[in-house]
Design a protein around this ligand. Structure first.
Ligand code: SF4
Ligand code: SF4
Length: 126
């Protein structure tokens, strides 16, 4: 079976998606993260997550970031790569879902327009 084409390149992106405030962590995600760090699930819940807007929802904690204000606590701010890639939550594995990433389309357009292959857009209105 042939693979569907992909029109984005995460290795050329400053990880805009990791700046989303609502990165939901389910129980399976939490168990995976806890195992990855060799700690108890409750400790992982406390350390890595905080309450989301929906009742009972837990989301990944953030930390400050020079480009996007805040980003997921697991993003390496220098390399712009996930530090828990193998143990990342399901929602991170599934994103962006289709063969396109809206932010990357926008970023590519701006990089071409500005003739700057390293340009980083800190805002994007989807
Ligand atoms: S914003 Fe899009 S291109 Fe950038 S890291 Fe996320 S999925 Fe990849
Ligand atoms: S867990 Fe990794 S992929 Fe998911 S938001 Fe955080 S840094 Fe990004």
């Amino acid at each position: 079976m042939s693979k569907k084409p992909v029109f984005y390149n995460c290795s050329r992106c400053p990880a805009y998606c990791c700046s989303y405030p609502r990165i939901i962590v389910g129980e399976k995600d939490l168990a995976r993260l806890a195992k990855h760090h060799g700690i108890a699930i409750e400790e992982a819940r406390r350390k890595f997550t905080k309450a989301g807007h929906e009742k009972g929802e837990r989301v990944l904690r953030h930390k400050g970031d020079e480009h996007f204000g805040t980003v997921c606590r697991f993003l390496n701010r220098k390399t712009r790569r996930c530090m828990v890639y193998k143990a990342r939550p399901a929602v991170c594995r599934e994103f962006p879902g289709a063969g396109r990433c809206g932010y990357y389309d926008f970023l590519s357009f701006e990089r071409n327009a500005q003739e700057d292959p390293d340009f980083i857009s800190t805002t994007w209105n989807s």
